[in-house]
Design a protein around this ligand. Structure first.
Ligand code: 6PG
Length: 242
């Protein structure tokens, strides 16, 4: 399902309302809300909008567990840290118990950080089978990557692990990422894409031939959950002209 918003502000409002609505629904149904936040630049204003009183006051933050869809292998106060971005935009502004924020320890050895993250997931979901997130947030790069699942990388072929670490040549950096296997077990997956720079890629991902090694966002096909694309008109231009 693709929802197109006319501009930046309506996308920000719509996405924040979407997340807040799912939080309330999940807490009412299961007593908790498990969410994985995406990084990059697109979600920052959406997280800030979610922290605004008209949304935040209606979420029982004590019942929310926050994870990350991926992380750059940097310390938590680094400008490139997805955790830092989310903390500044949202986490510092809502009454989330510190124990409910599960960040990737980007400052540690990547492989060990990935292992520790999988253990965190097991601890919170109290399961040894694949956990079912209520919501996993994702972005999409101009190259079709999502989370830190980049074209042609080994993580795309990972079918057992929930979390992997890999060196991403195009980013010249180590990344820790949830795998497509774990993402596809979620109840809801929210893709956020904004701007003309995403238009061609969005069309290729949604309407083009299936080539996940080239367009990893195509790997995201939930087993029984739903995918929601919330995009602005500029990003939707190509699919709307098709
Ligand atoms: C990251 C992200 C990544 C991001 C896309 C889109 O850590 O960078 O998780 O997958 O979502 O690169 O980024 P923008 O929103 O900045 O376009």
């Amino acid at each position: 399902m693709v929802t197109v918003y006319p501009d930046h502000l309506s996308l920000v409002d719509g996405a924040a309302a979407f997340i807040a609505g799912l939080a309330a629904e999940s807490i009412a149904a299961r007593g908790c809300f498990t969410i994985a936040l995406s990084g990059g630049s697109t979600p920052r204003p959406i997280y800030a909008r979610l922290a605004a009183a008209d949304h935040a006051a209606h979420i029982d933050w004590g019942k929310v567990h926050v994870f990350f869809s991926d992380e750059r292998c940097v310390p938590p106060d680094d400008a490139a840290s997805n955790y830092r971005m989310a903390r500044e935009a949202l986490l510092d502004h809502v009454p989330l118990p510190p124990g409910n924020v599960h960040r990737v320890r980007g400052e540690e050895d990547p492989a060990l950080a990935a292992l520790a993250y999988a253990q965190d997931l097991q601890g919170v979901f109290r399961t040894s089978v694949i956990p079912t997130f209520d919501l996993i947030c994702l972005g999409m790069g101009d190259d079709g990557h999502t989370a830190s699942l980049f074209p042609g990388t080994a993580a795309l072929r990972e079918h057992e692990s929930w979390v992997v670490a890999q060196y991403v040549a195009v980013a010249r950096a180590w990344r820790v990422t949830l795998t497509a296997t774990l993402i596809n077990a979620a109840r809801h997956i929210l893709f956020l894409a904004e701007g003309a720079g995403k238009s061609e890629t969005l069309w290729r991902v949604l309407a083009g031939p299936y080539q996940p090694d080239v367009l990893p966002a195509q790997l995201i096909q939930p087993i029984s959950g739903e995918v929601h694309w919330l995009v602005d008109a500029a990003a939707a231009a190509r699919i709307q002209s098709a």
